[in-house]
Design a protein around this ligand. Sequence first.
Ligand SMILES: Nc1ncnc2c1ncn2[C@@H]1O[C@H](COP(=O)(O)OP(=O)(O)OP(=O)(O)O)[C@@H](O)[C@H]1O
Length: 245
Amino acid sequence: MTAVEPPILLDQLTLSYGPHRVLDALSLAVAAGSITALLGGNGAGKSTTLSVLLGFARGDAGRAAVCGIDPGTDPDGARRRIAYLPENVALYEHLTAVENADYLLALSGQRQPRGAITDALAAAGLQERAWHQRLDGFSKGMRQKVAIAVALLRAVPVLLLDEPTSGLDPRATADFNALVLQVRDRGTAVLMVTHDLLSAADVADRIAFLEAGRVRHEVLAEGPDRFDVRALHARFQAGEAQAAA
Ligand SMILES: Nc1ncnc2c1ncn2[C@@H]1O[C@H](COP(=O)(O)OP(=O)(O)OP(=O)(O)O)[C@@H](O)[C@H]1O
């Protein structure tokens, strides 16, 4: 990786499934210690973008890089640098929260002492009485906390989130967003796919609007071009209406 290359980089990436161009010369960069939210209507290419970064899908043209590694040619190398939270976090129901974290860390070759695991679960806001409970009774918000605790312990440079707050109540959403800010403040580059504009506006440094596989608008949280959530909401709804028409 060159000194200036951001941990998440897509440069003119094009990907088609048969005649259907899903990503169309998509360019997107997420710097270390920053959060970009990726919004867009159904089918805009958001999940495909994450699949490319994870090395599950490969572009036909252009470049993708995770910390300078091409996930198409070295998916394992790219994934070692990524913590990924899918919409429904896959954890082991018959294991406790601590056992899940221990097992997931072992799988990624980054085992940690029990004390570090319980510290991370506490930092993620999981109540102590849940640490040694099996996951079958956990809510989505509690599962997210276990998953983000693992991400905190892995201290990876890239965090990818797919619809992390869908199905969370406002309080759990606020808790989750606070955790994402913690991860960002440790220098991680965060890319968050979401339909939740308000949540995006709460945490993101930048919001990129994807339409037909390309970033059509980008807005920033700071500076003269910083976003105004109400104006953004109106614009987003208009965009959604166009996409649905
Ligand atoms: N494996 C695949 N084979 C063929 N087409 C696919 C495949 N994966 C995705 N697509 C198509 O690519 C387009 C973009 O899909 P993608 O899942 O990236 O959209 P999205 O923005 O995440 O949408 P949503 O908000 O509905 O999750 C869609 O038209 C989808 O049908």
